[in-house]
Design a protein. Sequence first.
Length: 210
Amino acid sequence: MEPNILLERAPSAVPVGNACVPLNTSHRTGIQAMRLADDPFVGDEEKARALLFLYFGRPDGRTGRLALPDAVAENPQLGVEAALAFFNLNEPRPPEVPGTRPAAGTRVFDRDWDAGRVAADFQREYGLDLTDRGLRLHWWRFWSLLRNLSESSLTMQAVGVRGTVPDEKKMGREAVESLMRRKAALMLPARTEEEALQLTHLRYRWALEV
């Protein structure tokens, strides 16, 4: 994370080419970006353009419509890279630890479906009311708080259950059956035919009734 938000102010602008361009730093903008990135019905080009307007869009003084700063409009690819770097807190991609990734295609978190859990956890652990429209958190602060919720939080419990791969040899039959029941209770709704097939497989695996 650069700069260190414990020592310096979190950034309100990012470099795009030779320009330093202000951007929307609100946690709500970041959540919208998360939702956009996870939308299976939006193509990559549409996502890139929408991302630019989310972070850099400003009302045009003449037309009132959203417009991009010149530096971003002239080099949208650099704008996308700058926005994504900001979104990721300028952190390098962490190395993958064997056994920690969920199965390919597994969804473990949904920004809309899990919103209630996140709101409850932030209120309980941090005393922050995310439903207060007057609350404005810098994205870097919000994201640091979200991913460091305690293991006992509703959010992290749900993510952990959804991402755990059942292994009867290591866990035992009883533990696997318990896990599958919890998965069934916490499963995310299907958005595509592929996800619907995965959920159908989950429902009937181990002969569970849901």
